[in-house]
Each structure stands twice: as C-alpha cells, then as structure tokens.
Design a binder for this molecule. Structure first.
Ligand code: NAP
Length: 455
C-alpha cells in the first residue's frame, strides 16, 4: 500500500494520495530554505504568538483531529482528542519557555566578555511514525520552530491526512508559508532529502531499522540526527508496592494506544511473593477491557494500525508459544471482523532461550516474569538491547535508589507509569536511540551552540 488512509477498523480504503515527484520535493526544499532566511530573524515573541495560535486551533478543533487520528490509525477516539490537547500544551510550553531556554549564557573566561549563543540551524527533516500521529510531530515542531528552524515532515505513509492537517494548523496559526511543510513521500525518498545541502539535520521516531537507515544516510553527509526508537520497557513490582495501584497502572501502561506505544510497559517483572495475586488480577483486568470500534467513546482497545502489524504481532505470540511460553489470556486475532483486532494477551513462563525476551511487542501483549529478588529484577530489566523507559514499584528507599542508579534506560519512573511531559527530557539509551526531545535539552538539539569570545 502506498500513501493512503485505510480504516484499520474496517479494512476500507478511504483515500489514496499520489507521492510527490522529485520536482515537487525540490520546490518544497527551495521554499523551506527561502523561508528560513527570513524566519530566522523573527523575534521569539512572534514565534510564541504563532505557537499559542496553533494551541488554540488544536483545542478548538480537537474532536475533528481526534476523529482523523482514529480513522487513520485506530486509536480510541477519547485518546485522539486528548492527544490534540497534549499538542496544544507542548505548543504553549515552548511559547512560554523557549526564549528562556535559548537566551545567551554568560561564561567567565580569559576574555573580557564570553558567552554562549544558541542559533537556528536551518531546515530540519522529521521522519515520524503513525502511533501518535499528532503528538510525535508537535513535540518536534514546537521547539524546532521556536528555535527559528524550519521543518520538513515525512510522516508515516498510513497517516497522510494527519500530516496535511498539521501543516494546515501551523499555517493557519500564522507561521509563514514554508516554515513547516508535509512531504507526502515514501521512505525511499528520505536519503535523497537528507543529502540536500540545505537540509541541516534530521530526527526520526520509529523502528531500529528505519533509524539505522536514516542515521547512515545522514552520517554520509555528516549531519546530526536524533533518534527515538523502539523499547521493551520493564515494569518492576516489588512486594512492598501498593499492589492495587500498581496493577491498575500496569493495565493502562500496557494498553494505552492499543498497546502501540514505544514507552508502554511491555515486560512485567514481579517479585515471587506477590506474583500469584498480581497475575490473577492482571488477567481479570485484561479480560474486562472493551475491544471494539475505536469511534465508540466506550471502547478501550481499538484495532491495530495495519493488517501487517496484526500479522506480525500474532506471529510473535505464536513463536513464543512454540518455544515453550504459556498463554494466560488472548493469543489470536479476533475472528469474524474485517478490522485488525487483537485481544489483550498475556504470555508467561517463557523459557530462558526463547527469542521472545529480546523482542518488542507493539500491540496489546504483556510478557510476565516472576523473580525472587531485586538483583534478579534489575538483571532481567537490563537484559534486552533496548533502553527507553522503565517503571518500578516499591516503598523501600534502598530499593528505589538501586533502581534509579542501575536501570539502563532514558528514564526511571518510581511508583508511576512512564509518560512524556514537555517539562522533562525524553529519549533512550542503547538501541532505543540517542538525543533528547522536550524540555530545555530538546530545544537545544537543533541549534548551533555558538561560543562567543570578545577581548
Ligand atoms: P517505522 O516503520 O520505522 O516507521 C517510522 C517512520 O520511518 C515512517 O515515517 C516510515 O515511513 C519511516 N521509515 C521506514 N523505513 C524507513 C527507512 N528505511 N528510511 C527512512 N525512513 C523510514 O516505525 P513503525 O514500525 O511504524 O513504528 C513503530 C516503532 O516506532 C516501534 O519500534 C516503536 O517503539 C517506535 N517508536 C518510538 C518512539 C520513541 O519516542 N522512542 C515513539 C513512537 C514509536 P513509511 O511509513 O513510509 O514506511
């Protein structure tokens, strides 16, 4: 399938889009560069005003945008509406804080006056995934535009309407034509776009393969990249934890966005003494979840975004079972539907040699482990190639300190689920990527950190 809106709840093709020709891509890069030359001189106050106007549009039309997300990738409608609200919040956050994050910093040296100045780089390419089709883009666009850069978006091929809507929101908010453009192109055009001298850097949120491909194309031209890749976050529950809250949170942390979240809790690592209770209640809560039409506000789990994702997820589950894993609930696509529905699923007793341990399950499938103590929990948590997020539940201070220090991940949430927050940096280590988004760290990724030394 090329670039198209295909309803994941019904399998119906809603609209196909022609990819841009090479000539059209070149024209958009020309426009971006031309715009940058003026835009870089606009004041922070002006950029902030445009970001606030974008926030206002997002809030005013959140139902429309929510429906668009649900139609294209199947997230429950309430989640789509909240996503539009969260995008408004990140626009306001950078409108309020961006100038302070980028103001000159005085540093004493042997000069009579020396300081750091942050300046925009130019055109930044953003290659984005479909799972949070608005949020992933706005968490890049708000800081990039506030810093004085201009953006080119290559969005995932299954969310073209979202891609075009985002460009339109930013235009209507007042940003100049060319400050942010959506390029409807396939992934085969990414290397060619990065090779253009005027494109200064790139960011990609998505799979390891796509990240490696973008990083090598950018590396060939010595351009900076930020990569936000996959994860298989541990969710560790020790016996001192508030078990009811931990279990309720475990369900949300695994099932949010139909299980298709990079920072979803994917591996539940539970201390042996509470494992029976945890397991029993997790199974009951998974069984009670409402799977169905994502446009229905009561639905908790909608369809997976594409038929291929459904097939691949089921293949992972079957492979785990063939390797000796045990199924507690779910385990096969829902029958009698045209949509990509997979039920909440739990796999446990997975043999040590199974390949399952190293895989990311991008859907409503939980891997459940029992461990005797904290040492084993930490060792297991760190035993994958991923290092995105982690959540750990304990009331014991010494355990908390060890978890904070020893978990190999871009973040550790104690007694809470991993979430992104504009005020806090977001990103991973190991094969989950590098660089950070959000907060002051995020806006400083795509700027020239210029040293100024005056005698
Ligand atoms: P994907 O296939 O890697 O797609 C993401 C984006 O990369 C799409 O725009 C895609 O375009 C493009 N792309 C694919 N192959 C490419 C290549 N060889 N060169 C350049 N661009 C390429 O990712 P996905 O499978 O849809 O998304 C799920 C993955 O993203 C999961 O691993 C998830 O954990 C990760 N993710 C990470 C974060 C984070 O913040 N760390 C957030 C969300 C998702 P097309 O659609 O045209 O193929």
């Amino acid at each position: 399938m090329g670039i198209a809106t295909l309803n994941p709840a019904t399998g119906e093709l809603i609209q196909a889009f022609e990819p841009l020709t090479d000539e059209a891509i070149a024209q958009k890069i020309d426009l971006a560069q031309h715009t940058f030359e003026q835009y870089r001189h606009t004041h922070f106050a002006q950029r902030a005003e445009w970001l606030r106007a974008a926030a206002h549009i997002l809030e005013e039309e959140k139902e429309t945008f929510g429906q668009m997300m649900t139609l294209e990738m199947g997230k429950p409608i309430k989640a789509g509406i909240s996503e539009a609200e969260k995008c408004a919040a990140v626009c306001r956050f950078y409108a309020d804080q961006g100038a302070a994050f980028l103001k000159d910093i005085e540093v004493a040296s042997d000069a009579s006056h020396s300081f750091i100045r942050y300046q925009p780089l130019g055109i930044i390419l953003a290659v984005m995934p479909w799972n949070f089709p608005f949020w992933q883009v706005f968490r890049f666009a708000a800081p990039a535009l506030m810093a004085g850069n201009v953006g080119l978006l290559k969005h995932a091929s299954n969310v073209p309407q979202c891609a075009l809507a985002i460009e339109s929101i930013l235009r209507r908010a007042g940003f100049p034509e060319g400050a942010f453009q959506s390029l409807l192109v396939g992934s085969d055009k990414v290397a060619q776009i990065i090779a253009d001298d005027r494109v200064k850097a790139a960011t990609l949120t998505g799979s390891e393969g796509a990240g490696a491909s973008l990083a090598s194309a950018a590396g060939k031209h010595l351009k900076k990249v930020v990569l936000e890749l996959g994860g298989s976050d541990p969710f560790i529950v020790m016996e001192s934890a508030d078990l009811d809250t931990a279990i309720a949170t475990a369900v949300t942390a695994r099932m949010l966005n139909n299980g298709q979240t990079c920072i979803a809790a994917k591996r539940f690592i539970v201390q042996e003494s509470i494992a029976d209770t945890f397991t029993e209640q997790l199974v009951a809560k998974f069984a009670a979840l409402k799977v169905g039409d994502p446009m229905n506000p009561d639905t908790q789990i909608g369809p997976l975004a594409t038929a291929t994702i459904l097939k691949e997820l089921d293949a992972q589950v079957q492979s785990c079972l063939q390797q000796g894993g045990k199924l507690l609930i779910g385990g096969a696509p829902l029958p009698d539907t045209q949509g990509n529905y997979y039920p909440p699923t739990i796999l446990t007793d997975i043999p040590p040699a199974a390949s399952t341990h190293q895989e990311e399950f991008f859907g409503p499938v939980a891997l459940l482990y029992r461990v005797p103590d904290l040492d084993t929990a930490i060792q297991l948590a760190n035993s994958t190639s991923f290092g995105l997020g982690s959540s750990a539940w304990t009331e014991v201070e010494a355990e908390r300190d060890r978890l904070i220090n020893e978990i190999e991940a871009g973040c550790v949430f104690i007694n809470g689920m991993v979430k992104s927050d504009p005020r806090l940096p977001f990103g991973g280590v190991k094969r989950s990527g590098f660089g950070r988004e959000l907060s002051a760290e995020g806006i400083r990724e795509f700027v020239n950190i210029k040293t100024v030394w005056v005698k």
